[in-house]
Design a binder for this molecule. Sequence first.
Ligand code: PLP
Length: 425
Amino acid sequence: MASPVWHPFTQHGLEEAIPQVVSAEGALLHLADGRTLIDGISSWWVTTHGHCEPRIAAAIARQAATLDQLIFAGYTHGPAEEVAQGLIDLAPRAPSQPTLAHVFYSDSGSTAVEVALKMALGYWHNRGEPDRHRILVLQRSYHGDTIGAMSVGERGVYNAAWSPLLFDVGTIPFPAPGSEQTCLDALEAACAQKPAAFIVEPLILGAGGMLVYPAHVLREMAAICRRHGVLFIADEVMTGWGRTGTLFACEQAGVVPDIMAVAKGITGGAIPLAATLATGPIFDAHRSTDRAKLFYHSSSYTANAIACAAAAANIAIWCEEDVLGRIAALTAGIASRLADLARHPAYANPRQLGAIAAIDLVAPDAGYLSDLAPRLRAFFLEKGLLLRPLGNTIYLMPPYCLDAGQLDAIFAALHAAGDRYGTQA
Ligand SMILES: *Cc1c(COP(=O)(O)O)cnc(C)c1O
């Protein structure tokens, strides 16, 4: 009988295989049919250290038997306090910039973004400037799949059905090589119109196609916003937790955002949790003796204690182990193999930022809706790899425990995919 499960981003009408996974460890997934896959994309960008990381798994088991869940309005618990302090200690900081000092919990990257947008508008509303509600966004961005998060993301086939519900935003052109100044000039002009905030994915646009832009552009974006008093929101949901080579991408630009969203790797990828960090002024705009000014947002599982315990274990790993050293070694291993792959005539536009790498397959029909990506997905599955290309862009975002042999296996499959599906120059 057909499964009743309705999968995300899956066209069930195509009846593509949906493998069942029974267990995982490190960079490996074990399938019900006995095969093993290398997880080349960290199970959709969440698994950082590796699957079933023992310290995180133990913390979850301990917490599940101690305190599982607690109403978080008017109550608190140790894991939430510990993680909040840990996030504040690890957050980007820079001389003479306000520090991120307050942590609001939620449960996914999309809700962390919704919370960030609500904080920004709440800030202006509570300060008596309710007309400042327009949000500026970067072209080709992705910030999640809820209505607000879709509104600030790129419009396309993936959200066309809901376009009547999406709110209007100001779109700043992507700072592609050679048009960085065009982007910055557009931001400057848009900021002069007194919008509420500018939201960006720092240094690399993920779902938009793994598009990178330089740190000096990010620094200049933040400076323009500061000059105009426009709130600067960094969506570090994908870039956080070491992906770009530093704990957070903003560090590379010396930028401290007014509001920062984190999720995905916050628990090492074991269990859902998200947080939105804010500076003193954002919090203070909601702090009052007037109940009407409190921050009206909650979800049932806000700061779930088990998820917070997992995040505390993840933060302990970051503080006690040489995670950045592991990422640097992985980054170097990817770089040499990517340089070799870039010589393949079917590949173009190689790019890498930390342990994230992407390259475009030059193929006859390479549009987002073409069947190239699903065919590549099936090809990689056959080769023992979990990879999920974005159109004709093949990217890697592996867990940091990936070893050299596993990297070799991935790149051998990428060469084979180029031979089989690419247009030879
Ligand atoms: C994945 C992602 C989100 C959404 O996170 P979910 O946990 O899937 O809701 C938001 N922003 C960016 C940059 C992302 O990559």
